[in-house]
Design a protein around this ligand. Structure first.
Ligand code: COA
Ligand code: AMP
Length: 634
């Protein structure tokens, strides 16, 4: 039966130019596009070529020009510093225009890169929007990464300026950011000309004369800068995400397609519109933070909540209910792990009783598959629809969802529902042949991808093609495997590469192996994601030592864990490793990671016919048992 969803979906697939062209009319353009979809250079597709616009104008000034300047744009709620602050659209525009002036005075020009390494404070969003205002390309780096990871991003993006803060706050711990920044700059070959540091009172950063500048000082002297028209196809940002090696992928987002897709998605997917309060409890360092803390809600004229805290411990498992009730949140977005954390602390949801949640209408979950326990707990207790939806850093917005602004389909646990308009999702076998409904295969999306998705990787078209387009010609490879049922519901089951998902954070086990392999006593290693009740997955390391090593095993393990913490960051949650004599391999030398993972997770598995020595699996089972995993765990 036809409904708003099926109508939109059909048009988006059969006539994408008409579909997106009419949506783009709602946005502000200095110059109209020549072509909605430019496919003259396949497999590189571009949206709205010839169009000129400005992302920051569409996020802020447009609403002010429409008489909505006194509406609240952003609410900063920080239980870790006991601060709440509201910005109207006018307030936020003025701050952003001033910071754009600061950047311009530091000679940041259209196309120059600016790295933003900041905690969850409004200044982070202000810095992002200021870059957009002058056509500079921002690259936000998540605060939980170590200096070496930041250095890799500095080397790739080659920023003219880095914007940072003196510290972040993790529950009660003050984490000084400046020493990490200094170390990253000393490790990197590309050096920024200047750093702008926002001093927080919990920790003052030491500024290096001539290179580092105080945010407040510069803002006092700054001349507000106006919006600069950019091409729709110019890059708005680069966001690095884990690939299969230690070298992260620089996902590029363009300006025009991003604006059109995100503005539409707020209403079509999340069911919110101008004036509604929307809260994405994520971090600006992740794609969710880019799309749904900063850009999407502001494009739509909503009020966005920027929350500096955790679901538990800041101060308790009732904080989400407090924020929802105090700010009148209508629609919220977070990762299932956050709800698992709340459920663990407050299984009966008693703390919810203290708050009026009558404005709250829909909870969205993403970042990992929503397990049915969490889904049921949230549905039973909050009594609003709980919507799982599936997307990736690369896509920038949801590939599959229950589009609440179009049509509410019945929820099937374990499924993020159906392909969102714009996405021709298919499940194929290794020869790119579609598999029948219900059968597992690689989930791919027929090209072209809709607007707002990655046009390429930063200065690396080759890697873009190799990583996403080569394996299934004519399709984008999501690197997720799963199936589609008879009714078109998509089920995303597992990654097909070595990416793992730890508390909604995307990490590469390959990158951890690269770090561990550098331990002088380690001959070989393997890292895999094993099931974890709170975080979904956590990494587990297997180390094979060089022949003749007599050092204490516990000491080696501690060193290995510390190396991952120092070189990738605490966010990796790499806390467990074990030393084994050998790793199970196929006769051709491939490590049997899947089999080891099944043993750790107590899952049934078949001994692969190609294994070179099945006895090793017994040894692995013993070692896992000793550290609390698998059937031999005490
Ligand atoms: N800056 C510095 N350190 C950070 C950090 C940041 N921005 N974010 C996390 N870390 C550190 C933490 O302090 C912790 O360090 P520790 O090993 O010293 O304790 C480590 O990285 C792991 O952090 P985290 O993954 O947050 O785990 P946690 O045990 O502290 O909290 C949850 C668990 C479930 C409460 C938390 O992960 C959470 O709220 N997850 C929501 C996920 C999310 O928003 N995902 C984004 C996609 S939607
Ligand atoms: P990221 O790029 O960090 O957003 O991580 C993207 C990956 O997270 C996807 O490729 C999936 O493996 C996983 N993921 C995100 N959302 C979901 C979901 N709703 N269901 C299943 N997996 C998900």
């Amino acid at each position: 039966m036809s409904n708003l969803y099926t109508e939109a979906y059909d048009q988006s697939i059969h006539d994408p130019e008409a579909f997106w062209g009419q949506i783009a009319e709602e946005c502000h353009w200095y110059r109209r596009w020549d072509k909605v979809l430019d496919d003259s250079n396949k497999p590189f597709y571009r949206w709205f070529t010839g169009g000129e616009m400005n992302t920051c104008y569409n996020a802020l000034d447009l609403h002010i020009d429409n008489g909505l300047g006194e509406n609240t744009a952003l609410i900063y709620d920080s239980p870790v510093t006991d601060t709440k602050r509201e910005y109207t659209y006018l307030d936020l525009r003025d701050e952003v225009a001033k910071f754009a002036g600061v950047l311009a005075a530091k000679d940041v020009q259209k196309g120059d890169r600016v790295i933003i390494y900041m905690p969850m404070i409004p200044e982070a969003a202000i810095a992002m929007l200021a870059c957009a205002r002058i056509g500079a390309v921002h690259s936000v780096v998540f605060g939980g990464f170590a200096a070496a990871e930041l250095a890799t991003r500095i080397n790739d993006a080659k920023p003219k300026v880095i914007v940072s803060a003196s510290c972040g706050i993790e529950v009660k711990k003050v984490i000084p950011y400046k020493p990490l920044l200094d170390e990253a700059i000393s490790l990197s070959t590309s050096k920024p000309e200047s750093c702008v540091i926002f001093q927080r009172k919990m920790a003052q950063a030491e500024l290096k004369s001539g290179r580092d500048f105080d945010w407040d000082d510069l803002m006092l002297k700054a001349k507000p800068h106006d919006c600069v028209p950019v091409k729709a196809t110019d890059p708005l940002y680069i966001l690095y995400t884990s690939g299969t090696t230690g070298q992260p992928k620089g996902v590029v987002r363009d300006n025009g397609g991003h604006l059109v897709a995100l503005k539409w998605s707020m209403k079509a997917i999340y069911g919110v519109d101008q004036g509604d309060v929307y809260w994405a409890a994520s971090d600006i360092g992740w794609v969710v933070g880019h799309s749904y803390i900063v850009y999407g809600p502001l494009f739509r004229g909503c009020t966005t909540v920027l929350f500096e805290g955790k679901p538990v411990g800041t101060p308790d498992a009732g904080v989400f209910w407090r924020v929802i009730s105090e700010h009148g949140v209508k629609s919220m977005f977070t990762a299932p792990t956050a709800f698992r954390a709340i459920k663990r602390e407050d299984p009966e949801a008693r703390l919810m009783a203290d708050y009026d949640l009558s404005d709250f209408e829909i909870l969205f979950l993403a970042g990992e598959r929503t397990d049915s326990d969490t889904l049921k707990w949230a549905e039973d207790n909050i009594k609003v629809p709980v919507i799982d939806h599936w997307w990736q850093t690369e896509t920038g917005w949801a590939i599959a969802a229950n589009c609440m602004g179009l049509h509410h389909f019945p929820v099937k646990p374990g499924s993020p529902t159906k392909a969102v308009p714009g996405w021709d999702v298919q499940v194929v076998d290794p020869n790119t042949k579609p598999v029948p409904p219900g059968e597992i295969g690689a989930i791919v999306v027929k090209l072209p991808l809709p607007p707002g998705t990655l046009p390429t990787l930063w200065q690396n078209d080759k890697r873009y093609v190799e990583a996403y387009l080569e394996e299934f010609p004519g399709y984008y490879k999501t690197a997720d495997a799963g199936y589609i049922d008879e009714e078109g519901y998509i089920y995303v089951m597992t990654r097909t590469d070595d990416i793992i998902n730890v508390a909604g954070h995307r990490l590469s086990t390959g990158a951890m192996e690269e770090v561990l392999a550098n331990h002088p006593l380690v001959a070989e290693c393997a890292v895999m994601g094993v099931e974890d009740q709170l975080k979904g997955q956590v990494p587990l390391g297997f180390l094979v030592l060089n022949a003749g090593v007599t050092e204490d095993h516990d000491k080696i393990i501690k060193e290995a864990i510390q190396m991952v913490r120092e070189q990738i960051g605490p966010v990796a949650s790499f806390k467990t490793a074990t030393i084994v004599k050998r790793l199970p391999k196929t006769r051709s030398g491939k490590i049997l990671r899947g089999t080891m993972r099944s043993i750790a997770d107590c899952k049934e598995y078949k001994v692969p016919a190609t294994i070179d020595d099945p006895v090793i699996l017994d040894e692995i089972e013993e070692s896992l048992g000793a550290i609390g995993y698998g059937k031999k765990a005490p």
